[in-house]
Design a protein around this ligand. Structure first.
Ligand code: FAD
Length: 348
């Protein structure tokens, strides 16, 4: 076997996943350019290895060591294009740090992604689950992504309409491993309305009394609100929200509401979104901990790796929570992070 220069063997991934799970990759390489990405993937194909494209590791649970090749997407770069009047296109390399890109755009006075401040991870992973927070989703500003399509081996531009975005979902999540996102284009504007629909955010400005808000003000408010509510993975390893907010038919919501009048929910014309954190809290899980893993004591959606927890520890806690919520409310919780199973089989 001829080892390409940028590939290493048996590399710890503990510092590369925000749950801090102590696993390793049999092979590991960093793709700092399109050509490097291709050389890594060629090596994996020649050796018949499973591959995992890794960003910041903030939305993954490793159930075991990864026996194939982990390719960390590290293509950086940001630039403005088509700057016309109030609007511009921000082009980001897939390996750019997402939060820094948000601050970069907001500091330049461009609006559109400021509510997505402090979401950990890379720009390239942002379309995978259509990241969202405080009433804004990536799809609201995404124009297109540049991908390497591993089925055809060719580069493609995929436009927003083709990404089939939904709540924490996209074509990239539904076809794992097929597309490697190397660049995104976002349409931002200096005059777009700011989104302050969430009470936490609007409340922050009541306290601050800022008359003419800039996108940077909003990004900073989002950061302050998030820091109050969410644990920092550097101090308490976690993967953010562990479950999606369940979406149920309107009739189910009406029955649930009749039975549990305090239940929060966001009814639409045909479905209603429930608050997964409330359901988990009602089952008594908030603040639970055993020797290794637990549930955050202020935010029931966040599972914590307190001390040496394995992927199996985290997943078994998640399963106990899911069972309780199902038994008490008849509602199924879906996990938000992707699981990298132990003992991979082809096409995992
Ligand atoms: C404290 C905390 C708070 C969070 N808050 C939010 C939030 O408010 N909203 C929200 O939506 N999410 C949130 N998340 C989840 C997470 O930050 C996002 O999903 C983020 O986009 C993941 O980026 P990443 O680079 O870490 O991806 P990774 O965890 O490395 O990868 C996630 C998935 O994307 C794939 N992937 C990664 N990069 C690429 C690429 N370039 N091309 C193709 N596939 C790729 C991986 O193979 C994997 O399947 C939070 C996480 C944490 C830890």
């Amino acid at each position: 076997m001829k080892l390409p220069a940028n590939i290493r063997e048996n590399v710890s991934l503990q510092a590369m996943n925000s749950l801090g799970i102590d696993v390793s990759a049999r092979w590991y390489g960093e793709a700092t350019s399109g050509n490097r990405l291709i050389s890594l993937l060629d090596f994996a194909d020649e050796e018949g290895l499973e591959t995992l494209v890794l960003g910041g590791g903030s939305n993954l649970v490793f159930a075991g060591d990864f026996p194939g090749l982990v390719a960390r997407l590290a293509i950086t770069g940001r630039r403005w294009e088509q700057v016309e009047g109030d609007s511009a296109i921000l082009v980001l390399g897939g390996g750019e740090n997402w939060h820094e890109a948000v601050l970069y755009a907001a500091s330049a006075g461009y609006r559109g992604i400021e509510n997505l401040a402090l979401i950990p991870g890379t720009a390239g992973a942002a379309p995978v689950q259509n990241i969202g927070a405080y009433g804004v989703e990536l799809k609201d500003t995404l124009v297109s992504v540049t991908v390497l399509d591993r089925n055809t081996g060719s580069w493609r531009v995929i436009h927003c309409e083709e990404c089939d975005f939904a709540y924490r979902d996209s074509v990239f999540k539904r076809q794992p491993g097929r597309y490697v996102i190397t660049e995104l284009r976002l349409h931002l504007s200096r005059s777009a309305p700011l989104t302050l629909v969430y009470a936490d955010l609007a409340g922050y400005f009541d306290e601050q009394e800022i008359p003419a808000l800039t996108p940077l003000d909003v990004a900073q408010a989002v950061m302050a609100v998030r820091r109050r509510k969410l644990p920092d993975p550097q101090q308490m390893p976690n993967a953010g929200s562990f479950f999606k907010n369940p979406v149920v038919p309107l009739a189910d919501w009406e029955n649930l509401k009749a039975e549990h009048p305090d239940m929060p929910g966001y009814p639409g014309p045909v479905t209603a979104k429930l608050a997964a954190a409330w359901l988990i809290d009602q089952c008594g899980w908030k603040g639970f901990r055993n020797a290794r893993v637990g549930v955050h004591n202020r935010q029931a959606l966040v599972l914590i790796n307190h001390s040496g927890g394995t992927g199996a520890d985290v997943l078994s806690l998640a399963e106990r929570i899911r069972r309780d919520v199902q038994a008490r409310f008849g509602v199924t919780l879906d996990m938000e992070p992707g699981v990298i199973p132990a003992g991979l089989t082809p096409g995992y």
